[in-house]
Design a protein around this ligand. Sequence first.
Ligand code: SAM
Length: 285
Amino acid sequence: MGTLYVIATPIGNLEDLTLRAIRLLREVQLIAAEDTRHTRRLLQRYEITTRTVSYHEHNKLARRELLLQALSEGDIALVSDAGTPAINDPGYELVVAAIEAGFAVSPVPGPSAPLAALVASGLPTAQWTYLGFLPSKRTERRAFLGEYARLATTLLCFETPHRLADALADIQQAWGDRRICVARELTKLHEEFVRGQVSDVIAHFAAHPPRGEFVLVIEGYSAPPAPSDPQADWQALARSRLHALQAAGIAGGAAAKQVAKELGVGRGDVYGLWVALNDEQTTTE
Ligand code: SAM
């Protein structure tokens, strides 16, 4: 019984391949690759000569039996063009099929664009939600964004360069002018992080037309601060002023008169606080 190894590969920098990934890519009997020509470049770089077979969106069902048969004969590796298979890449169905058929499935962790963007974004990492690609049509995108408007976790999504400006405008409309980090060309020569409020980032990309690959990391929802209670506010202020005047030896009537004048409230109301203050002090003594 073989094992299906789900192997992460570089998202731009060919050095980002783990030692375990290199060893397993050499040792397995077959590599299922999203695009065999693309993967060949990586394999050549590491002088790996293992046989490859294509496994992509359009043949994943047809390939199922062949790959399960291969697993019954030995280990196989699954790779996508870049990053971690099954994360917006082919792989999920094969993992499920392998588990159902009783084969072991083992991950070989490594690069993944959303995680790489998150950890360098400067936005909270404790809780986050991965949304994949935003819908390409504006009406659907706006409805989709609306569903996540009150989610407090950091939000991550992919966008293409030609839709970036529209997507940012819709994000601002649906979620407000939150903090955002647009991560571009991660691990590549022109790696860049554009951080700021959504409006800052919109202005940046209006001046610098977007090119390359992008991950958007956006701050989650936070409830606006509750409106302050003016009643509680003046009473707290009045109490602290009364305390100070009492310590300075001012009598109750005069203190209430002065504080009422300072705060623009009724002298009787302030005197009530003075009485309560003195009652409290008597009880605690
Ligand atoms: N499975 C992949 C992973 O784990 O990274 C993600 C695959 S998804 C089809 C590809 C998208 O990821 C790209 O369109 C882009 O939005 C993002 N992406 C991939 N590589 C990137 C990079 N080097 N820099 C920024 N974004 C990248």
